[in-house]
Design a protein around this ligand. Structure first.
Ligand SMILES: Nc1ncnc2c1ncn2[C@@H]1O[C@H](COP(=O)(O)OP(=O)(O)O)[C@@H](O)[C@H]1O
Ligand SMILES: [Mg+2]
Length: 277
């Protein structure tokens, strides 16, 4: 068995049944209508934005809303083209072709969502090209098949532009195949609603946390590499709702995950005290 055979792909398939309500997603603009148009017109989408701002939730919501199976792949630099398309595997003494997540999405007419696509090597990303223009085909050399993507099929890629460097970026020939949408953290009013809804904490008690997050986000680029995510805010509110002492909840969700530098951390603690009393 080759090393690639051991590669673990985080793949989720959610055959969203009609009876399953889509997961909660609070729109911040007209992204739902845009996604629906892109899907109807067979245009692939690129979602850019910081970690924990709602990209994955948006995609899971839209897949359920449109009743499409969703195949998610978390990209990394060991990912091979075969991890996406498929490979022959030994099963009971026989070699059997096994579809990868991309191939399954094409065959089933679902959504293939490649998260953190800049982590994948460029020669792997090129596999997407014939699916991401008007050909919408997937050639499978190993089986000799040429799959034509059905109407339901949609390709979505995402990455965090904040982490980009020259080695890790998308080729223009890749990015210019996608309709691109920039995501950011929700405005404070919406973020309070999201945090309250996801954590169960009273909105009034979520408000100061969201305000503090706004202050912490202003430090991005100076002391902090990345602003605090909506995800961490939800963790914080969840802990508080579960009875965790306030200071401890703040420390382990809004201070420690952001920095390892003692000076930066004590600065953050001061800021938190000033805001939360
Ligand atoms: N607009 C939104 N509506 C509902 N929940 C949201 C929204 N934005 C963020 N969230 C919450 O924040 C969490 C993190 O978002 P996620 O989609 O995983 O981030 P990303 O994929 O951008 O890293 C989600 O699990 C969800 O609870
Ligand atoms: Mg994500």
């Amino acid at each position: 068995m080759s090393k690639a055979d051991d590669t673990v792909i985080s793949m989720t398939q959610d055959p969203a049944g009609a009876e399953d309500a889509p997961p909660f997603y609070l729109p911040v603009g007209d992204e739902i209508a845009l996604f629906e148009k892109a899907h109807a017109h067979r245009i692939p989408m690129l979602l850019k934005g910081p970690t924990g701002c709602g990209k994955t939730r948006f995609v899971t919501h839209m897949a359920a809303r449109l009743g499409l199976p969703l195949f998610t792949v978390s990209c990394h630099d060991d990912l091979t083209a075969a991890d996406l398309t498929g490979r022959y595997l030994l099963k009971g003494g026989e070699t059997v072709w096994t579809d990868g997540p991309l191939t399954r999405a094409v065959r089933q007419g679902g959504i293939c969502y490649l998260d953190e696509v800049v982590e994948a090597r460029k020669d792997v990303v090129v596999v997407l090209h014939p699916l991401a223009d008007d050909r919408r085909i997937l050639p499978l050399e190993r089986t000799g098949e040429l799959l034509e993507a059905p109407a339901g099929f949609m390709l979505i890629i995402s990455y965090n532009p904040g982490y980009q460097n020259i080695l890790k970026s998308l080729k223009p020939s890749t990015r210019q195949r996608f309709l691109a949408l920039e995501f950011d953290f929700p405005d404070p009013v919406r973020e309070v609603e999201i945090v309250a809804r996801e954590s169960g904490l009273d909105p009034e008690r979520c408000k100061p946390l969201v305000l503090l997050a706004g202050k912490l986000r202003e430090l991005k680029g100076q002391d902090l590499e990345e602003g605090i995510s909506t995800r961490l805010l939800i963790y914080c509110a969840t802990l508080i709702e579960a009875g965790t002492p306030f200071e401890q909840a703040i420390t382990c969700t809004m201070i420690e995950p952001l920095s390892d530098d003692p000076d930066v951390k004590s600065g953050l603690v001061e800021l938190a005290r000033a805001y939360l009393g």
